[in-house]
Ligand binder design. Sequence first.
Ligand code: AMP
Length: 636
Amino acid sequence: MGSYSEFYRRSVDDAEAFWAEQAGLVDWQTPPRQILDASHPPFAKWFVGGTTNLCHNAVDRHLATRGDQAALIFVSTETGVERSYSFKELHAEVQRMAASLIELGVGQGDRVLIYMPMIPEAAFAMLACARIGAIHCVVFGGFASVSLASRIEDAEPKVVVSADAGSRGGKVQAYKPLLDEAIKLSKHKPDAVLLADRGLAPMELVAGRDHSMSALRAKHIDTPVPCTWLDATAISYTLYTSGTTGKPKGVQRDTGGYAVALAASMKHIFDGRAGETYFSTSDIGWVVGHSYIVYGPLIAGMATIMYEGLPTQGLDQQPNGGIWWSLVEKYKVTVMFSAPTAVRVLKKQDPALLAKYDLSSLRALFLAGEPLDEPTARWISEGLGVPIIDNYWQTEAGWPILTIANGVEKKPSKLGSPGVPMYGWRVKILDEESGEELTAANAKGVVAVEGPTPPGFMQTVWRDDARFINTYWSSVPGKTVYSTFDWGIRDEDGYFYILGRTDDVINVAGHRLGTREIEESISGHANVAEVAVVGVADALKGQVAMAFVVPKSGDAASDAEVALTLEGEIMKQVSDQLGAVARPARVRFVSALPKTRSGKLLRRAIQAVCEQRDPGDLTTIDDPSSLQQIKQLVAP
Ligand code: AMP
């Protein structure tokens, strides 16, 4: 074990030599000619001239050494299915899927939108795209038709891969009707839809457009599909994420840089080794699912567990708060990755459940996606007796920005801090107004990253370089730096603390949601004149969305019964259009919203009042009584 500070220093002072070494962790068809081309900032092109393939690195290259070992372990406590695929079997399934996509007209550079529950076919589809150089765009299965439609319209997929249904807590959630509706709403129409039929919900196939996955699979049971060697800078995928505007951004990622970044993180951060098992409880719809359910563990030669279901139900579909720990024991999981909300859910279960299983294989539990509060960290750390490693990053980043590099040096964690900057990331705390770097300990500012950004970081916003530059690289005055849109501080030992978003993004149970998208959906209701949505602290989910609405007519602001009906309608509208994840926890009715004299909504003041905090400077407020109204509504 070396010293992390030396490791970090080399990664930023001698970045090309450092990353040239890391590039040796993956297979190349042609080695890179140039490690970094940073000649057009803020764009960073990594491993220029190299050709490789993510699917080759995740699957094919392991066939000779561990072909019969487990690669993908599927566990669904929703349907009671448990099934393991070896690397050889995964290789076969991915080729069948790739052949099916090719038959439907998919070629290199074409987009394939994947709207799937957590089933193996979703991973097959992602890997099949990577294999043939198609660009996958995975859309979280919890999103509904309007969210899905905007993503179909922006990605313009040739093919959509989907399924009859998902399931949550034993409740079947039909996907196909939502997909049909989304395609109807979208200006772009895919040529074909490839559908997995799990037998959960009836499905009507649209003639000429919809195809049965099992029929095409059978047809291509023995069709070999070799990996297409791709430029390191070829696009591997786009993944939509929310920001300040209502329109989600397609975060675009490369091939070679991503492969190297993941391989390096598996070694230096997660300390996961080939032949072991990795268990991430995330969903393929999020970046953690891309990096650490599908690609990262497989690239490292590990088996990865893909889990469909709640953390509180067993394979027999009976309540079981120990299901995850039973999987750790059964599959000898060495590295586990989850989110603080999931741990808070488990914390409500019987603590004896933890002691019941042999968890001695586990080396560490990584938690990310939202702030990790001290009581939760302490509870799980005492229960498991292994390091709990908070890690901070974003869809844009692709892999951790702040954490502890356990594979380099086992530095201690500090409660409440995700850790220190990871190798390659030049992380700064900047003053929001002046853009100046704040070097004093514990000074609060915007967490920013100086270029050139490391491998694995987003290339750009899909088809919108201007948006990439204007959104991310132009928000700090006088400097071209990447803004994370998170507040943070750094203590005297160099450990960072994240203090929440600087923009209108909220984080519900680790899911990133844009309040503007929710507001747009609510504005569509016939009786809504104005709306403001803010994120409010919640003991279980971190944050929940709360909506304040000025109704067009009626007595919602004064008549409780009218209010209840309208609240129900609004909640249903958001659920139907965006998905249940985006549904506000509460809708409250007011006669006016707090705004500045120039008409800007005072969201931060509303949020502060909802959280019983001081709303700060209110000299610009137009009508102070509007904030008073909210104060009364949310009084404890
Ligand atoms: P996403 O792009 O969905 O991964 O969401 C990224 C956002 O989640 C970040 O910008 C943070 O606001 C928040 N986040 C992620 N990880 C952490 C963490 N470990 N601690 C605090 N906030 C986090």
